[in-house]
Design a binder for this molecule. Structure first.
Ligand code: COA
Length: 355
C-alpha cells in the first residue's frame, strides 16, 4: 500500500485551499472517495485493504478548494496514526497535483499536531515536541525535504518500491492544564503493593473495589465482580497507620487475555483518603513489574513471548492518569458497564525467559 505522498516534486503556490479535520461521517466518506479514486482506480490497489482497521484510530484531514463561483471541490486527503506519529494514505486528485496541494496538506497536519487537535491531543499529553514520520517513495523524498523533513536510516523496499523514512520534529504549543481529579499531594507515608497469593488478600482487594466502584461510583455489584476475577492476578496496596497497623489503600488486577500476547489492567482504585501523591502510579508500576518479570498468571500466559500489550479500558475522567503512566489512547470512547470509557495501551517488554 502506498503510504506516501505521490505528487510531482515541485509544488507551486497553493490556490484557495483549506483543510479540515474529518469530524462527520460525510467528511470521512469524501476523504475515502479520494483515496479510492487515487489508490484503487488509478494505482490498482485492492479496495478490501485500502480501508483498514487503522482508519478508526487515525485523524483524517480533508483538503478542499473554493472555486470562484462559490462551489467547493474535494482535492486531497491524508491520515495520521497517533501512536506511531505516522502519516499515510496521502492522496491528491490528479488534476490538482503540482498545485501545492500536497504541501498544504502536510503543513495542515503540522498545525493540527502543533495545536494538539483531534486524537493528537491524547498522544501529545505531557510532551513538548513530537516526531512526525512518513515512509516516502524515493521519488517524493525531495518534496518532504523542502518542507523541512529529514531522511533517517537506510532506504528500503515497500510494496516493491524504493522508500525511505522521513521525519520532522514538531514543537508543540504549550499544554493546556488537564483536569486532575484529586490534585497531587506529597506522599505523607509509605505504601507497598503485593501480589495476592491468599484468598484473604483477594477478599481485601474486593472490599476496596466495592467501596470505590459500587458505593462511591455507583456501578452495579454484578458488573463489579465478574468472571475475569478467578483468572486474574490481584494486587493489594497497603500502608501503615499511626497506630502501627496495616491499612488497605488500593488495588489493581491483571487479566491475561487468553491466547494473546496481551492482558487487561483493571479495577484500578485507591480509597479516597489515600489518593494523590503517586499512590495510583505505584499500583501501575507494580503491576507492570509483575508482568515484566513473568510472575503469577501473567507469567504463565506470557510463556514464549517477548512482550505483551497492557490494555486499559479507562473511565473518561481517569484517562489523564493512564496517559501519565505512558498509556496511549486508541480509538473513540465507548460505553461499558453504563459509563463512557476509552481504550489505552502500553507495550511491556518482558525479561528474557530462563530455560
Ligand atoms: C484513578 C486513581 C487510581 C488514581 O490514583 P491517585 O492516587 O489519585 O493518582 P496518583 O497520585 O498516583 O497520580 C499519578 C499522576 O497522574 C495524575 N492524575 C491522577 N488522576 C488523574 C486524572 N483523573 N486525570 C489526569 N491526571 C491524573 C496525577 O496528577 C499524577 O501526575 P504527576 O505524576 O505528574 O504528579 C484514583 O484517583 C482512584 O482510585 N479513583 C477512583 C477509581 C477510578 O475511577 N479508577 C479508574 C478506573 S478506570
Amino acid at each position: 500500500m502506498a503510504s506516501t505522498y505521490n505528487a510531482p516534486l515541485v509544488p507551486s503556490a497553493a490556490p484557495a485551499y483549506s483543510t479540515v479535520l474529518c469530524s462527520t461521517p460525510e467528511q470521512m466518506q469524501r476523504a475515502l472517495a479520494i483515496r479510492h479514486k487515487v489508490f484503487c482506480e488509478e494505482q490498482g490497489y485492492d479496495p478490501a485493504i485500502e480501508v483498514d482497521e487503522l482508519d478508526a484510530l487515525c485523524d483524517h484531514l480533508l483538503l478542499t478548494k473554493k472555486n470562484e463561483d462559490g462551489t467547493e471541490e474535494d482535492v486531497g486527503t491524508l491520515r495520521w496514526y497517533p501512536p506511531k506519529g505516522k502519516v499515510g494514505r496521502v492522496a491528491v486528485h490528479k488534476q490538482f497535483r503540482g498545485t501545492g496541494a500536497g504541501s498544504t496538506l502536510c503543513l495542515a497536519l503540522e498545525e493540527h499536531v502543533r495545536e494538539r487537535r483531534g486524537k493528537a491531543a491524547d498522544v501529545m499529553r505531557g510532551k513538548t515536541s513530537f516526531d512526525l514520520v512518513a515512509h516516502s517513495q524515493k521519488i517524493a523524498e525531495v518534496f518532504y525535504h523542502r518542507l523541512g523533513w529529514e531522511t533517517v536510516g537506510e532506504d528500503f523496499l515497500e510494496e516493491g518500491q524504493p522508500h525511505c523514512k522521513v521525519v520532522k520534529t514538531i514543537q508543540l504549543k504549550p499544554e493546556p492544564a488537564i483536569a486532575v481529579l484529586n490534585g497531587s499531594k506529597p506522599p505523607t507515608r509509605s505504601y507497598s503493593v503485593r501480589w495476592c497469593e491468599t484468598q484473604s488478600d483477594i477478599d481485601r482487594c474486593i472490599q476496596i473495589r466495592i467501596a470505590v466502584f459500587v458505593d462511591e461510583q455507583g456501578f452495579s455489584m454484578e458488573d463489579e465482580l465478574d468472571e475475569k476475577d478467578p483468572a486474574s492476578d490481584h494486587f493489594l496496596m497497603t500502608t501503615v497507620g499511626a497506630d502501627g497497623k496495616e491499612e488497605d489503600a488500593g488495588t489493581i488486577r491483571w487479566w491475561p487475555k487468553p491466547g494473546l500476547a496481551a492482558g487487561k489492567i483493571g479495577r484500578v482504585c485507591v480509597l479516597p483518603k489515600y489518593r494523590g501523591g503517586g499512590t495510583g502510579k505505584l499500583l501501575m508500576t507494580s503491576i507492570e513489574e509483575h508482568v515484566r518479570n513473568r510472575r503469577g498468571k501473567a507469567g504463565e500466559a506470557s510463556k514464549g513471548k517477548e512482550s505483551v500489550t497492557a490494555v486499559v479500558h479507562s473511565q473518561m475522567h481517569a484517562e489523564g492518569f493512564y496517559a501519565k503512566a505512558g498509556y496511549v489512547r486508541e480509538g473513540d470512547k465507548f460505553m461499558e458497564d453504563g459509563a463512557f470509557h476509552c481504550k489505552l495501551v502500553k507495550q511491556i517488554q518482558l525479561v528474557p525467559e530462563t530455560a
